[in-house]
Design a protein around this ligand. Structure first.
Ligand code: HEM
Length: 408
């Protein structure tokens, strides 16, 4: 519950003007935690509210690195660690090395068969996945208040393009054929991200800007990670289902599995990782749906996200078109909250014609019921949207531990 505390008093002081009042109304999860660990991959657990759980294994290790000024040296060493099967570089502080050796192990419940099927699914559905990760999950991250504020006030907040390329790397790595295999990179990406999150937990509470706007004392709880997780696979699957894309159950299950493994590798306890889509949907209804709200920080991040296509000279991906697609995917309430203008042509076109377009694309409708122009535009949209995110992945990307917050 959003209790009256020192932070709310500061917000009421008008630091953020009109938006400050809006930020005050953004709900944290108001209901007590009731999701049962029986629906998790562990099948059992203490049932502790994950809002009160962070990462007891990584947090003290990384806090120590920051306090002792060891981060620059660690970042330099970890730049050379890129493949899952690669030994850790020599010279890491012992405590960190021990943690990383432990954290890089895949969970005992990993199913290589399912991971193989997930690769097939990612190959078949790559075009849709690119658009959905980018526009549905990406834009949704701006209306998850705690995430928007954490991102905005952390070091990465000042260079959104750089941050997006790093986050896109995780979305890319999980879809590669060897994601979790020794020659893949997903384990490395997850372990490094787990360390970055631990650093953020140590750093953000020292940012006066974050302290003034955030409800929580320590960011990125296990609850928060699962909220963001649901903005990824759960949201993607929701849209694919709504679009009537035919997905055999074993493929949908495999896709879920690849993300269950990711959650574990990011440090989420097994008792919070849903064991099925119905369990995932029920958890999302509890942790994600009720907390979606615009914040001043999120509105600015969304605006910058929607301008990403501009530099790439991709005609179909102007800010208005990306805005219309966001409205189509996430609904009027979120789009209005993000101050996305209504588009008189694209809004109705997407509402009326996207469904039939997908049906034709999937061979479910034999006759083209659309004007060929609209069909061409939509097809071009899918291809170009995938390109935006690929363009962000051109350079070698190194996920590094931050040493400070954003310089405001
Ligand atoms: C950093 C992914 C959850 C806030 C990162 C990075 C990745 C990532 C790949 C490294 C990129 C970089 O260094 O910029 C994920 C995934 C999540 C998740 C897959 C859940 C499934 C969260 C949540 C929050 C958060 C819940 C906040 C509430 C941040 C921040 C950074 C970061 C502040 C650091 C940016 C900086 O360098 O300053 N995350 N994240 N993340 N993440 Fe997450």
């Amino acid at each position: 519950m959003d209790t009256v505390n020192r932070r709310n008093a500061m917000k009421a002081g008008g630091a953020l003007g009109m938006f400050g009042a809006l930020a005050m109304m953004t709900p944290a999860r108001a209901q007590p935690w009731t999701w049962s660990p029986q629906g998790s991959v562990a099948g059992t657990g203490a049932g502790l509210d994950p809002m009160t759980v962070w990462d007891a294994e990584a947090d003290p290790v990384v806090a120590g690195l920051l306090d002792r000024g060891e981060v620059p040296r660690v970042n330099e060493l970890l730049r050379t660690w890129t493949k899952n099967g690669q030994p850790l570089p020599a010279g890491l502080p012992t405590e960190l090395r021990d943690f990383m050796e432990y954290a890089r192990q895949l969970p005992h419940w990993t199913d290589p068969g399912k991971l193989g099927t997930a690769v097939e699914f990612n190959k078949k559905r790559g075009l849709y996945l690119g658009v959905l990760y980018g526009l549905a999950s990406g834009m949704m991250s701006t209306v998850i208040p705690k995430e928007a504020r954490a991102v905005y006030y952390s070091k990465g907040g000042h260079d959104l393009k750089d941050r997006i390329s790093k986050t896109a790397k995780l979305g890319y790595d999980i879809g590669t054929a060897n994601a979790y295999a020794p020659d893949g990179e997903m384990v490395v990406t997850c372990v490094k991200t787990r360390l970055v999150h631990a650093a953020v937990r140590h750093l953000l509470p020292r940012s006066p800007h974050w302290v003034a706007s955030a409800e929580e004392d320590i960011p990125i709880s296990q609850n928060d990670i699962m909220v963001t997780w649901h903005s990824l696979p759960t949201t993607v699957m929701k849209h694919l289902t709504a679009w009537n894309v035919p997905i055999p159950p074993h493929e949908s299950d495999a896709f879920l599995h690849s993300w269950q493994v990711a959650a574990h590798m990011l440090g989420v306890r097994d008792e919070y990782i849903p064991n099925s889509w119905p369990e995932a949907n029920s958890q999302a209804a509890q942790v994600l749906d009720p907390i979606i709200a615009p914040t001043p920080e999120g509105v600015q991040l969304a605006d910058r996200l929607l301008r990403l296509g501009v530099n790439l000279d991709l005609a179909v991906l102007s800010k208005p078109v990306l805005g219309a697609f966001t409205r189509f995917l996430l609904g009027d309430q979120i789009a209005d909250g993000l101050a996305i203008p209504r588009e008189p042509v694209w809004d109705p076109l997407l509402r009326l014609s996207w469904g039939p377009f997908i049906a034709v694309r999937e061979g479910l409708l034999p006759v083209v019921p659309l004007a060929p122009d609209a069909y061409w535009l939509f097809d071009e949209f899918l291809r170009q949207a995938a390109l935006i995110y690929l363009a962000e992945l051109r350079l070698p990307i190194s996920i590094e531990l931050p040493m400070m917050n954003r310089d405001m």
